[in-house]
Design a protein around this ligand. Sequence first.
Ligand code: PLP
Length: 416
Amino acid sequence: MYSYTYLERINNKLNITNFYNFLIYDIIFTNMKKILLSPTLNLSARISELEEKGKKVLNLTAGETSFPTSNYIKKAIIDALKNNYTYYSDVSGIIDLRKAICSKLKKENSINYKPNEIIITAGAKQALYEAISVICNHGDEVIIPTPTWSTYVEQVKIANSHPVFIKLKPPFKLRYTDIENKITRKTKAIILNSPANPTGSVIDKNELEKIANLAIKHKIYIISDEVYEKLIFGKKHCSIASFRSKIKNLTITINSFSKSYSLTGLRIGYAAGSKNIISKMAALQSQITSNACSLSQYAALAALTNKNTDKYTHQIIDKIYYLRNLAIEKLSQIPNISYTKPEGTFYIFLNLKKVLSKKYSTSHDWVEGLLLKKQVAIVPGEAFLAPGYARLNFAKNEQVLREALKKIGDFVNVQT
Ligand code: PLP
């Protein structure tokens, strides 16, 4: 079977009949049967079922905080509506937002991009999908460190490419040597996620520099997912594209307004990369969704430019740091569950291996037991290609978090 990247398809290198034959074969016989429902969304459906039956579930699953977004963002959306900003925008996004992103990337990440090197997308998820689709050929390999957010894996498969996994052990710190061992002639890209979902680990700057050198040496793309960059504790986030122009040209930096501004439902994110790749992503986007929602773009503009924005994000980070320490303190009192202290994000990755038993022999079963017996929902490690673990989101109402941790302790104590 032959296959082509979106780059080639979009460049019109293919004869149109071949292209459609290929597309039909591709979609019907290979793609549709392979795609898995996002496991966290799957779990949300299970929780809704219990709630419909009248059970109160303490839900520590979804990848979002439970804090409301700021008033200045809400006002920006209302103003945009009053101004009738309800029409299509440029596929790549409104120019003011792309300029604001360039300023942000220069000031906070020390990377110089021009507006035509930015594309605004319906969340980081769409940016990742487009980036992977545009750069990957059939049969290419993409290196993904695990535990990992499963969307990367599915998106690589959708692009008819192969995920190649690096299995990290606690404390889940990625080293360049782990990557070096996995590079083959087919390696097209490496996906980096720092701070990482689900482990909360951060790639150290010196390792990041070595990874950059490796990517340059082997001409491998870096897809750098930095959606948790602001949610980092006592460290400064480092963007791999900031090192030098050679690595900047190979990197697609992905970011989002979902996590730091509590805007998950608005579906607004972006990618920054070379003009060549970004324009191909725009061509792809023009055929699937066109621009990201216009009102969400104005919300994002306010998030970047409003004078209160730093104050708001600092408040969020302080709150998350407080809840992280609370969760660590309570978890340390529960026997046989260990964890790695997260350096960023709002997740703690629990090691359940010592509490697995005949009754609950996998983390999936254990988490299901916790849900049914104590109505506490967390995500089993299987969802992150890490059986034996589970992810807990601590960016919740403090009372909910305290109650949930107490019930987890009770559940463990009943088993032992
Ligand atoms: N990247 C990572 C690592 C995530 O955990 C998530 C969401 O959970 C996303 C990207 C998607 O973010 P968005 O809401 O912007 O699509």
